[in-house]
Design a protein. Structure first.
Length: 217
């Protein structure tokens, strides 16, 4: 079945711009100005990617996000909002958003983020030594034992496994996983420490820089 993007946006000029950009790049999309219309369409067919405005005439995009993430369908959700402060981004990401884009935005950047979402959908699992990450079921096992990870720990581990052998700065990890452009880098250290405590000792510390994921021999 063809992949499709749903756009929840009450500003017609923005939704038309996004739809046109996606159409020019061979991506199907539908736009909805209200929460009611959007959720009705999701019941009929769930999208692969949802672009969610926050402030809408009949509700909040954050409430829609919660509804989508509580369902059985694995919908990649990107918040698309004029609320672009660091606190707003943190609130959206902590609420379960997979990505957060502030208005005004560049359509090419948004397109790239949507393509990232599509590529992630193609990667069901990652295996590195005795460590196995299954994206479809959101589970991680280490030598056959299931690890209890929260969403950010899972995303952090997945990103590092996908970038095996590369030195990843704390700032790069903050942007990629938490959406921070700047912030407290101890957040990264604390999550790495938690993973190590669970037995995931694949992380090499690059002092003064960040970390490198290295598969154990």
């Amino acid at each position: 079945m063809e992949k499709i993007v749903y756009i929840l946006e009450d500003d017609k000029s923005i939704s038309e711009l996004v739809e046109t950009t996606l159409e020019m790049n061979g991506i199907a999309s539908r736009s909805f100005p209200t929460v009611r219309e959007f959720l009705a369409a999701v019941k009929d067919r769930a999208p692969d990617v949802a672009l969610l405005d926050v402030m809408l005439p009949d509700g909040s995009g954050l409430d829609v996000l919660a509804t989508l993430k509580s369902g059985k369908n694995e919908i990649y959700c990107i918040m698309l909002s004029a609320l672009g402060s660091e606190l707003d981004k943190v609130k959206g990401l902590n609420a379960g958003a997979d990505d957060y884009v502030s208005k005004p935005f560049g359509v090419l950047e948004l397109l790239a983020r949507i393509n990232v979402a599509f590529r992630r959908g193609k990667t069901a699992d990652l295996n590195r030594g005795g460590l196995c990450l299954d994206e479809n079921s959101m589970t991680v096992t280490l030598n056959g034992k299931k690890l209890d990870l929260n969403n950010k720990e899972f995303q952090l581990l997945k990103y590092c496994m996908e970038n095996e052998g590369k030195v990843l700065t704390r700032e790069k990890l903050l942007i990629s996983i938490w959406g921070y452009e700047s912030g407290e880098t101890r957040t990264v250290d604390n999550h790495i420490a938690r993973l190590r405590k669970l037995g995931v000792d694949y992380f090499e510390t690059v002092f003064g820089v960040g970390y490198k994921f290295v598969t154990k021999k």
